[in-house]
Design a protein around this ligand. Structure first.
Ligand code: ARG
Length: 447
């Protein structure tokens, strides 16, 4: 018995050492195969004229940025750099580098030429497919991260997943799925008469129904929550100044979202809705058009972010009618646009946390950067405008350890413009170089 057991143990040993030998051969073969497929360069190095350090608020001259595995591995002065054969050097010596831009209010599935009743003629698949080209335009304009605050039928989730799987190209997307709001509110579909029983996917009345929508959105892939706390410009029959969710509903949504680790963005133009949303604990107020000094003070005290889309008014009033925007919406915009720009200045002066949010989709995707000049015109320094589209959104989304600045250890989302954007902010409308997580998507001017 004993001898027999020993014998079987011995043969097992011989067997496992054979397996080990085979594994060694397979591993070596695999390693050689892998080496043949690896790019020759293990490390990318970008050399540039300067880079914008959004954390110190300074321009740094002659940087060399090393990138390994999609992350920033080193930042040093060019005179300390020794170029070796294993480096892929990207020469941007006439350019200024910035962190990839982040737009906190886009609708990648919306077409700026299709507004009002025209939107009813687009099927969900067609809407999603349009998003494919809009995602590409957005990325190539230098926006490497976006927050998509509302899309029908989880089209934004599909876009995000397709980008993440490398099937299409686009920015990193934080997505809201269906915007949550009350019956007949800004987030509902109010275009058709009763007979058609049209209803927005995110419509919910009452705290528990609203919580259920948050849970459903998360179930189907949302990574942020968007609510409509007041009426809007582009929705039919809503009053921009009127509050639309009760404080109880807002609090329920915020509690549910925060419990699940998601942030909440609240569409709010009117003062009561803005104040209720801040009091209810949302993370950002979208538009914030009628925010008065008191609301600004509340936001400042709570650390609530304002995402004020102060460029879009030009497109709505200029091109809107041709694109199908309703006459009643144009009338609302005439009032909202002017007031919002004034209050933007007050919010900047009061040092409220500000994030760049353009509402692209209402106006053409890829034109996101046009808002920077307006932000400077209405009170920001160029550095503040850049910070609002980099480090501030990263902090708001709680991903500042990965995104938002050119710092060692963060993802290599890097863009470049020709010249100094701190002197001429409009350079951000013409981004020459785009890298997302170490992958180059654009390298060449588009003047
Ligand atoms: N989506 C927004 C709404 O319908 C657009 C508002 C744009 N106007 C503005 N001045 N920001 O309310």
């Amino acid at each position: 018995m004993h001898a027999c057991a020993l014998n079987s143990c011995y043969s097992k040993l011989i067997f496992s050492s054979k397996v080990a030998q085979m594994n060694l051969v397979t591993c070596t073969l695999l390693f050689i195969l892998l080496l043949a497929h690896l790019p020759i360069y293990a490390k990318q190095v970008i050399i540039a004229k300067s880079h914008v350090d959004v954390e110190t608020g300074k321009l740094v001259e002659q940087p060399a940025i090393g990138i390994v595995d999609g992350k920033i591995e080193s930042i040093m002065s060019q005179d300390r750099l020794t170029i070796t054969d294993d480096m892929d050097v990207i020469d941007l010596s006439e350019h200024t580098l910035l962190p990839g831009l982040m737009d906190m209010h886009v609708h990648l599935t919306s077409d700026a030429n299709i507004h009002g009743y025209r939107r009813l003629t687009s099927s969900l698949p067609r809407t999603t497919l349009r998003g494919v080209s809009f995602a590409e335009k957005t990325l190539l304009a230098g926006f490497t991260t976006v927050r998509n605050v509302g899309a029908p039928g989880f089209a934004d989730v599909a876009l995000r997943d397709s980008i993440n799987d490398g099937e299409i190209i686009g920015p990193r997307m934080y997505v809201a799925g269906r915007s949550i709001g009350v019956t007949g509110g800004h987030c509902d579909n109010n275009l058709l008469p009763y007979l058609y029983q049209a209803k927005g996917g995110g419509v919910a009345d009452g705290p528990w129904k609203a919580r259920e929508k948050v849970r459903e959105n998360i179930k189907y892939g949302a990574s942020v929550i968007k609510i409509c706390a007041t009426g809007g410009v582009l929705s039919k029959g809503t009053k921009v100044v009127a509050q639309q969710l009760t404080i109880q509903e807002i609090k329920a949504i915020v509690e549910e979202a925060h419990m699940r680790g998601l942030t909440v963005a609240a569409h709010a133009h009117g003062l009561d809705g803005i104040k209720a949303a801040i009091e209810g604990g949302v993370d950002s107020i979208e538009h914030a058009s009628f925010a008065d000094k008191e609301a600004i003070k509340m936001a400042k005290a709570r650390g609530t972010y304002f995402s004020m889309d102060i460029y879009v008014t030009e497109y709505i009033l200029g091109e809107g009618e041709k694109a199908g925007i309703l006459e009643e919406s144009l009338a609302k915009e005439r009032l909202v646009g002017k007031t919002q720009r004034r209050n933007f200045k007050d919010a900047v002066d009061a040092d409220v946390n500000m994030v760049f949010g353009s509402d692209a989709g209402v106006y053409p995707h890829g034109d996101n950067g046009k808002q920077f000049s307006r932000m400077v015109e209405y009170g920001m320094t160029p550095m503040q405008a850049i910070q609002s589209a980099t480090i501030n959104p990263a902090t708001m989304l709680k991903v500042e350890s990965e995104l938002g600045s050119l710092s060692v250890g963060k993802l290599a989302d890097i863009i470049a413009v020709k010249g100094n954007p701190l002197r001429d902010i409009s350079l951000l409308e013409n981004v020459h170089f785009v890298m997302k997580e170490g992958q180059v998507f654009k390298n060449g001017g588009s003047d």
